[in-house]
Ligand binder design. Structure first.
Ligand code: HEC
Length: 208
């Protein structure tokens, strides 16, 4: 009994020393060991499953009005991290670790709707995935879940069309704002090549 207490104390002291020493590299560029990844994966999956199991999924997730109403919010709040049909890469996506799942990529092993709802509402610690429930209603979040369900089959053109016509962000007072926003879509879709534009801005003819 005494021996175990001593061993335990040594282990705790070792752990405290490791934390304090700064030896652990917290950089996003320093990838986890495979075994750490496995453990974190199980931890996350179980944590979400247990918390999401009693959520009641609404029956209207196939409803085209609901799907369309999630489109604008997805484009505005999610596509920079999770990409979208026609949005192949963004600087945020590239730099994040863990890298956000791409819902229109066939590699993504789809979560069920309860889990997606829970994650969108509550976020995931230490990953960059925000808790949107702080600023959005459950209805808004179900619309996002419904929209994500459709992404796998969606072409880039369909995506552009639905996000341009969608209801967009709830905070904006008038519908018209949304339609003006549609022009901003282009910027996003050109996120990577847009760099070139930046360089061109220094060429004469813009400001000088
Ligand atoms: C700043 C980047 C960022 C933004 C913005 C963001 N997410 Fe995430 N999201 C992540 C990351 C990173 C993960 C993966 C976390 C992990 O691996 O544990 C994630 C995970 C998820 C998951 C869990 C998927 C799965 O199968 O594991 C869902 C669903 C999700 N996000 C939906 C959304 C929606 C909807 C929005 C917009 C309302 C959004 N996210 C905005 C970074 C982001």
């Amino acid at each position: 009994m005494k021996k175990t207490t001593i061993v335990l104390l040594i282990v705790l002291l070792g752990a405290a020393l490791f934390v304090w020493s700064g030896a652990y590299n917290i950089a996003a560029t320093d990838k986890h060991w495979a075994v750490t990844n496995e453990l974190l994966e199980i931890l996350r999956e179980r944590s979400i499953e247990v918390r999401a199991k009693d959520i009641v999924v609404p029956e209207n997730l196939e409803d085209s009005t609901l799907i369309a109403s999630g489109a604008g919010n997805y484009e505005e709040m999610c596509s920079s991290c999770h990409l979208a049909p026609g949005v192949e890469n963004t600087e945020i996506y590239e730099g994040l670790y863990p890298q956000p799942p791409v819902f229109n990529g066939s590699v993504h092993d789809a979560h069920d709707e309860k889990d997606n709802f829970w994650v969108i509402k509550n976020g995931i610690k230490l990953t960059g995935m925000p808790a949107w429930g702080a600023s959005h209603t459950d209805d808004d979040i179900w619309a996002l879940v419904a929209f994500i369900n459709q992404l796998d089959e969606m072409s880039a053109d369909e995506y552009l069309e639905i996000t341009a016509g969608g209801e967009g962000h709830d905070d904006s007072p008038a519908d018209e704002d949304e339609h003006e926003d549609a022009s901003a879509d282009e910027d996003l879709h050109q996120e990577i090549p847009a760099d070139e534009e930046e360089h061109q801005e220094t060429t004469p003819g813009s400001e000088t």
